[in-house]
Design a binder for this molecule. Structure first.
Ligand code: GDP
Ligand code: MG
Ligand code: K
Length: 301
């Protein structure tokens, strides 16, 4: 019995304002925690690939940085990265959330979309939070703003309509090869994931006191021969001010200890082995505005 359907594959970029649910969608589609979720905006700063292999298709998702008006040089850089990514993919999912009304953020994104030729789906997420009448209003409103190929309401959190969205994505992908082995869910961003896990704990535990400009650099990941199932990881948390360093370290080092403990448990889960995590804190003022630092911390143009 041969399968007559041609195999399809392609690259899909998910864009949308912070917190609309892009990471939640990706995790739900791929079924494994790879993009970091947080209540705070902009946890996702680099591109992460998640690969979903189905019977007749392979979807390579790219979780791009949010597209928004640049406020500083890092913002310019990220906008450029994000918009360029859109030109290279086969399909764009523009995600909005049903419980928030159209604003400047969406307007800005739609204007960026008009500069690329890639087909775009409008994905209306969090439909679990609104009445169907509200949903209808959103659809009517957005229809006039941009020629979306499809408009698909979903709830990434409870999975509502996810299958339909994945089927529609498959329809729009070109015929193509299976780029990655079926079992592969990410493009080996272990280092990146580890730094994002640490960053997530920092943002979570320090609340609003340490801003998003915090960066985490993985200095070393080492498996020593004499200690079979132990991975040594050294990481530096970079902040802009001494006061932030103080908050991060905490009274008698308690805050840093807690960040390290929580991050370590999650990294152990990710790697499937025991981890010795050593955290350092460094003050590097105004790093966001300096391209050399951006490169040092893994940003590429
Ligand atoms: P991102 O910034 O776009 O990647 O957004 P996240 O995936 O990090 O989600 C932001 C917040 O929205 C998290 O607290 C999620 O749990 C929540 N969220 C995501 N999808 C849904 C949904 O379908 N319904 C509801 N009620 N909450 C959601
Ligand atoms: Mg995200
Ligand atoms: K987020």
């Amino acid at each position: 019995m041969s399968n007559e359907k041609p195999f399809k594959s392609g690259f899909i970029s998910i864009i949308g304002r912070p917190n609309v649910g892009k990471s939640t969608f990706l995790n739900s589609a791929i079924g494994q925690k790879i993009a970091i979720m947080s209540d705070k905006p902009q946890t996702t700063r680099n591109r992460i690939q998640g690969v979903l292999t189905r019977e007749n298709s392979q979807m390579v998702f790219i979780d791009t940085p949010g597209i928004h008006k640049p406020k500083h040089r890092l913002g310019d850089f990220m906008l450029k990265v994000a918009v360029n990514a859109l030109k290279e993919v086969d399909l764009i999912l523009f995600m909005i959330t049903a419980d928030e009304s159209f604003g400047k953020g969406e307007e800005f994104i739609i204007n960026q979309l008009k500069t690329v030729e890639t087909p775009v789906f409008l994905v209306i997420n969090k439909i679990d939070l609104v009445h169907p009448d509200e949903l209808l209003k959103i659809i009517v409103q957005y229809k006039d703003l941009y020629p979306f190929k499809e408009i698909v309401p979903i709830s990434a959190l409870n999975g509502n309509n996810m299958d339909r969205l994945l089927d529609l994505i498959e329809d729009y992908l070109p015929e193509g090869p299976q780029y990655y082995p079926a079992g592969q869910v990410t493009d080996h961003p272990e280092r990146f994931i580890i730094s994002e896990i640490i960053r997530e704990k920092v943002l979570h535990l320090t609340r609003e006191e340490v801003p998003h400009s915090v960066a985490v650099v993985i200095d070393q990941i080492e498996k020593r021969d004499d200690e079979k199932n132990l991975v040594h990881i050294m990481a530096t948390i970079i902040v802009e001010r001494d006061s932030q360093k103080g908050i991060l370290i905490g009274k008698q080092g308690r805050m840093l200890k807690e960040i390290g403990k929580r991050a370590r448990l999650e990294i152990e889960h990710l790697l499937g082995s025991k981890v010795f995590l050593e955290l350092w804190v460094k003050v590097q003022s105004d790093w966001r505005n300096r391209l050399t630092y951006l490169r040092e911390y893994g940003y590429r143009e």
